[in-house]
Design a protein around this ligand. Sequence first.
Ligand code: 6YU
Length: 503
Amino acid sequence: SARDSQIFIIGCGISGIGAAQKLLKHGFHNVHIIEATARSGGRIRTGRLGDNVVEIGANWIHGPSKENPVFRLACDYQLLDNESMSEENQAIDIGGHPLFVPNYFTSSGRKLGPETMEPVVEFFMNLLERSQQFHDSGGEPLPSVGEFVKAEAERLAPEEWKEDQGNTAIRMAMINTLLKLECCVSGTHTMDDVGLGAFGMYKTLPGLDCTFPEGYEGLIDHMMKELPNDIVLYNKPVKCIHWNYTKNGPDTKGMLFPIMIECVNGETFAADHVIVTVPLGYLKKHQDTLLSPSLPLHKLHSIQRMGFGTNDKIFLEFEQPFWDEDCEVIYLVWEDETHLTDVVSDVKMSWIRKLIGFTVLKPTERYGHVLCGWIAGRESEYMETLSEFEVLHSVTQLLRLFTGNPTITPRKLLRSQWFHDPYSCGSYTYVAKGCSEYDIDNLAEPLPLKGSNSKPLQVLFAGEATHRSFFSTVHGALLSGWREAERLVSHYTPASGSFSSKL
Ligand code: 6YU
């Protein structure tokens, strides 16, 4: 029967797991996941700093409300606390930018009050909101979000803050901090790389972003428990997917399969369909070799055009907090950065300037005094090459400068290295200058292309990067896995409802 078809999923992140889940539910039983590493979860990865649970990868459920499938699963598995599940929490709509209680520190060791900085945050959020509106209206005046925000800030700031000119310089410096923060949010080197016309493609859901008290990986563990034990073949990086394949493999008992999957270790697997869920960063790096015959040109071009950058975290544990008790985010503002820019002039010397500050892990009773530092772009990629000791040294110097306290010393440090992870090659997708939803559609388009005479739906594409409005998120990844599984299900389910193969 059609449900006997051999289906292989490449990658055991949430999109791959989601695809497997849906296929099995619809009666497909020859489903396997091939995973390069020894673990499932991919960019959902929970680690430990001492006794504390910390998220090396995905952090929040963005927009935890009924429409969000990750929220629904997390509720079903009882992985969230009561507050996160409350109706009030689900109803809060913050448009993707949670307003954490801030502390502001500057490079001369000053702690600034909210009266100086709050107007800047409001001013900046307004510019970001305006940046998102070009997607529906078109006619964007500049190619990138960065260029637009900087130009508008230069134009509007003198009027906006004319009553309080003494603070203009520090407020411009704060805009740089917020631009660098946006680099972390978008996962890009600079906001000058993020397309203005497409910025509004990303859609937010209602709900106040929440975390998993016991770690995001709990979600993966629960999903994996619902799959057969032996469904994942671990430690098998796929080297090449041969499609439109016409030779018999050694183990296919005379049957002709259109796909032959070749692993780095030489093992091969014959398949009817393969769902590729590797990150866009991996595709960019291996686009010439991962498929044979190679990808059609329009798909290749979209892979090259779409953005995939790095956002890293640096966790620090302290004996005592240097921040206020109610503080949820610490911003670092460089007083000498009066010129608007979100990149540093010398990556090796000054990479630490790209670290925008920290979120405070809450509740304190659970975590003690732990901060999560955020750094994006080439500066974060350089940070990854340094030893943990060198990173600790730089961060300690930074904290001493900004607090004016020459004795502050973090007790422990842990940082992510997403760019140098050979199977992620960065953190997540953004829509680069000149890109549109058509590029995402191109990424998601199955092979062979429509109109070809060969067997249909040989290679399908899922993963975070293939979701039109929720790219860069866990829920986008999950939905993309379900989407590709459903594509196969409906392929084998004729509209009449009777069940037979269309092959
Ligand atoms: C979210 C969040 N979050 C922080 C950081 C990161 C990410 N995301 P996977 O990579 O999981 O799986 C692929 C598998 O394939 C993997 O296991 C590989 O080993 C394997 N593989 C690769 N090559 C292979 C080969 N050759 N052979 C076999 N196997 C192979 N998302 O919802 N909330 O807080 C964050 C964050 C540091 C790194 C995140 C967050 C992104 C998610 O983690 C990510 O999308 C999914 O886990 C991907 O799942 P997958 O299955 O697709 O791939 C306005 C506007 C602007 C737009 N952006 C704003 C949105 C904000 C996004 N925020 C993210 C923020 C954080 C902090």
